[in-house]
Design a binder for this molecule. Structure first.
Ligand code: AMP
Ligand code: MG
Length: 705
């Protein structure tokens, strides 16, 4: 069997149009197309749903992709039904029979009548039961009083699916009877429309480019419940997780699950994945991480002696991607997290036209020339307390800031601009129509995309998401960063230091930097210049973190064990970047985790972290690549530099001019602390005089969102 490229999961509903606002118990469609997960789509009625399915099939066919469509209702009825209804055991005879009789419109359908009509063909009471309508339907009992109809209550497959419903039950929470009656005609039309391209499982061979498969989301109930605990609509989680699970199943496993043994009554159909619940749940798990980066992801083009900074950055930007799993979090926990999907407004902001001030509202058409006097209608409109009824033309009404404009009101005058009399107000003319009001949706329209994938959520983003009706957001898990210092000379701050020893200055700095960037830090301590010890520390980092930052030992000298070990793992590139302060940076993979081997020198370690590790870690965390926001300021210093490498000077702004630290010595940690940012000097030669513009990058522009 050819593998599938795209997967869709449909959550069906037999009810009426559910309105413009996404809600549960409606129709939902989850898709993973060509490996890309999409935000579940809310489909308010079956006309929209059928159009969406047609479009999905056409798009995937046009792209040459093989498509698996899962549907959450039975494709067949318990044994003997097909023969009794149509005279043969062919399940499609039942599909045709239903399609010829079901009438379906967004606001009404005849499913209960058709159920009654079927019941009339069987002896006794049933098999269908539950009339969900006010009026009586001949032959369709309201309660389960069925007897003597002669058919089994469930299919063979349903016996192995605890919690599944009988296809005879037409209504009540979770019932599927109505969905089958209303759904099969839609699938039947798709079969005809795409004749020869669509195969229905398990009735037909699975070699057509599109497969329609009965998939029951109850199989992954635990995973859905877990996702739902983070908020959001159950049906949306169901289709999202099932589509993902199907897409992540290895092809051989999917093929094996499709190859079920011929059941006793083939016309009943079967439930895909039955008996493989745990495997499906593992496959759709929200906490699952994407596969690790490729081992050669830090390879450099051959023959380049010194790689320019911009080339090195472009390479990182190109090769890296998110390495963390995903989860759904309530707004209150989402600040600083990265969106895994675009956020779409569920509701307009403002949701309805309202008044921007305290004052009096009226129809602009009520106004004449010159000064105005309007009688007051009784009552008032306040925020959250709508005005009952309409305001007649020629009248004004009291309105308070935020109140929805009452019917008949399109313009508001500020209370400070009126004279209030006995039951009347007077004010000057000249007010524009719509003055002092806010239009519905003037800020955000319902359905508009307000935030894109990769966005690092700010406090203001959370306000926006709340205002447009979201309570929880799909985000990446926090990136875990392991920090290791290397060097025989290092001692822990606070411990006695002997001659020749220095305090480990990099670890507290790098730990704090990673924390300020919003990551979880794993402090792996100091490691002596000893290969076995370093190997053990890297192993721990790879097992417990997503990325490893080391400092020291990154060059190619005798005691440079970081580069030696990464080389040994066969996944190391010594990045000789044309950068001061820098020296070689060792970039490599260790046990699936990217390692940034930073220089030991604290000044170089900080600059390399900000310039290289910061944007790289952002991409690993799921965020978009972002340049630090710099700006040009007049220099307060003099400096000449040769061409061939970029330079970063420790700097700060005083009196609107960039000052640089008195010494460029790379061991001068005090200069790092003195500085509030970096001055970036171009790769080319430069001769800077006081007053010349130079590029200043504040430290703050590297950190946070
Ligand atoms: P290396 O890259 O290991 O050759 O180290 C370069 C310089 O940075 C040496 O002078 C080291 O002593 C110093 N150095 C390395 N690691 C640290 C550290 N964690 N804290 C302070 N200085 C360090
Ligand atoms: Mg060293």
């Amino acid at each position: 069997m050819t593998p599938f490229d795209s997967f869709a999961m449909l959550d069906w509903s037999s009810g009426n149009d559910t309105g413009p606002r996404p809600r549960r118990d409606a129709i939902w469609l989850g898709c993973v197309r060509g490996g890309a997960e999409e935000t579940p789509r809310y489909l308010r009625n079956r006309v929209e749903a059928e159009a969406a399915l047609v479009d999905l099939i056409e798009t995937e066919r046009a792209a040459g992709r093989r498509l698996f469509i899962g549907c959450d209702f039975p494709f067949g009825f318990p044994k003997r039904f097909a023969r009794a209804l149509t005279g043969c055991d062919n399940p499609f005879a039942v599909w045709d029979w239903l399609e010829a009789r079901i009438e379906d419109a967004p606001r009404a359908n005849n499913r209960f009548d058709v159920a009654g009509e079927i019941n009339a063909r069987f002896p006794g009471v049933g098999p269908f039961w539950f009339n969900g309508l006010k009026r009586e339907i001949a032959g369709l009992p309201r309660r389960d009083t069925r007897a003597g109809h002669g058919l089994p209550d469930r299919r063979c497959a349903d016996e192995g699916a605890p919690g599944s419903f009988s296809a005879w039950q037409m209504g009540g929470a979770g019932a599927v009877g109505g969905q089958v009656l209303i759904g099969l005609p839609v699938l039947n039309r798709l079969r005809r429309r795409f004749a020869g391209q669509v195969a229905v499982w398990p009735f037909e061979g699975m070699d057509a480019p599109v497969a329609l498969v009965e998939v029951w989301p109850g199989l992954i109930n635990r995973a859905v419940k877990r996702a739902e605990a983070g908020g959001g609509i159950r049906d949306a989680h169901q289709v999202r997780l099932m589509a993902r699970g199907l897409a992540r199943l290895p092809h051989a496993r999917l093929a094996a699950m499709l190859a079920v043994e011929a059941p006793e009554a083939p016309e009943e159909g079967w439930i895909f994945g039955l008996g493989h619940e745990e495997e499906l749940m593992r496959a759709c798990d929200d906490t699952l991480k994407p596969p690790p980066l490729r081992n050669d992801c830090f390879a450099l083009p051959a023959g380049v002696e010194w790689t320019p900074v911009d080339d090195a950055l472009a390479l990182l930007r190109d090769r890296l991607r998110a390495v963390v799993g995903q989860e759904v979090l309530p707004l209150a926990q989402a600040a600083g997290r990265v969106l895994t999907a675009p956020v779409v407004a569920r509701r307009a902001n403002p949701p309805e036209a309202n008044t921007a001030v305290d004052g009096y509202g009226f129809a602009h058409d009520s106004l004449g020339e010159g000064d105005q006097v309007l009688p007051l209608a009784s009552g008032r409109a306040a925020a959250g307390v709508p005005y009952p009824g309409a305001v007649p033309q020629g009248y004004a009404v009291r309105v308070l800031t935020g109140a929805a404009l009452p019917e008949g009101v399109d313009t508001v005058i500020l209370q400070e601009d009126v004279t209030l009399g006995e039951g009347r107000i007077a004010f000057r003319g000249g007010l524009k129509r719509g003055a002092n009001t806010r239009r519905a949706g003037e800020d955000v329209a319902a359905g508009a995309t307000v935030l894109e994938t990769g966005r690092v959520l700010t406090p203001a983003d959370l306000a926006l998401c709340a205002a447009v009706g979201l309570a929880d957001l799909p985000v990446f898990k926090r990136l875990r960063v392991a920090v290791i210092s290397t060097g025989d000379e290092l001692v822990e701050p606070g411990e006695p230091a002997r001659v020749g020893q220095i305090y480990d200055a990099n670890r507290p700095m790098l730990t704090a930097l990673a924390q300020q960037m919003g990551y979880d830090v794993l402090d792996l301590g100091r490691v002596a210049d000893d290969r076995a010890a370093l190997r053990a520390a890297l192993d721990r980092g790879a097992a417990q973190a997503d990325v490893i930052l080391t400092s020291g030992g990154a060059s190619s000298g005798d005691e440079d064990h970081v580069s030696a070990l990464l080389n040994e793992a066969g996944a190391m590139a010594e990045w000789r970047i044309a950068l001061k302060p820098g020296r070689p940076l060792a970039l490599g993979m260790w046990g699936g985790a990217p390692v940034f081997g930073l220089p030991g020198n604290p000044v170089a370690a900080l600059v390399c972290t900000l310039i290289f590790a910061r944007p790289a870690m952002a991409v690993l965390s799921g965020a978009e690549w972002r340049e630090p926001q710099g700006f040009d300021v007049p220099a307060a210093f003099e400096k000449r530099k040769k061409p061939g490498r970029r330079e970063y000077l420790r700097a700060r702004i005083r009196d609107g001019r960039a000052e640089v630290f008195k010494s460029e010595g790379s061991g001068r940690i005090s200069g790092l602390s003195w500085a509030e940012g970096l001055v970036e000097l171009p790769d080319a030669a430069a001769d800077i005089r006081p007053g010349d513009p130079v590029r200043y990058l504040p430290f703050a522009s590297f950190l946070g969102g």
